[in-house]
Design a protein around this ligand. Structure first.
Ligand code: PNS
Length: 163
């Protein structure tokens, strides 16, 4: 069985993340979406909220499960006995950071953990969780970035509604 996991902050999950999840789920037999519980950062959504959003958004994908993790990615990979990491690449600007992470994880795991990159579909290439939060902080429309139920939750966090 070919297993992989897709780690990230997903704060919040965007259509870009969903695109990567759907495509990775069609390549691998089992895909785990792994939400980082980073105690050093103050996210917009708690780790439980982020996991629930991802579960709702992927409920039609039977081979996808969602969970959280903390600590080093390579330790989590060993625990799960899953050694393929999925990451999305939007643009060349992502590349340096992703290459460094992939090589660090390979080194830290003695070559056990490998990273597979999927290029984000062009229609989502401009999307990022940070820009979603920035638009929402100015009470803007984020309906082109995230599913409707996620947009509502984001608007609630920033205390407004979009008609
Ligand atoms: O969605 P993000 O914030 O770009 O995801 C980054 C993530 C979660 C993949 C990365 O921060 C990570 O793997 N963190 C776990 C800690 C770790 O293992 N760091 C060493 C890798 S350089």
């Amino acid at each position: 069985m070919k297993k992989a996991f897709y780690p990230g902050s997903f704060d919040p999950m965007t259509y870009g993340h969903l695109d990567i999840i759907r495509r990775a789920a069609s390549i691998f037999d089992e895909l785990t979406v792994s939400v980082l519980n980073n105690k050093l950062k103050t996210p917009l959504f708690s780790v439980e909220e982020r996991v629930n959003i991802l579960k709702e958004a992927t409920k039609d994908l039977p081979n996808v499960k969602v969970e959280s993790f903390s600590g080093l990615l390579v330790d989590y990979a060993r625990e799960k006995e899953t050694y393929v990491v999925i990451r999305g690449l939007r643009a060349i600007t992502d590349f340096e950071y992703e290459l460094q992470n992939a090589q660090t994880n390979a080194k830290l795991s003695g070559g056990l953990v490998d990273t597979v990159f999927l290029t984000t579909s062009l229609e989502y290439a401009y999307l990022s969780s940070s820009s979603v939060k920035e638009i929402a902080s100015f009470h803007g429309d984020i309906s082109m970035c995230v599913p409707e139920f996620v947009a509502k939750l984001v608007y609630e966090k920033y205390g407004y509604e979009m008609k």
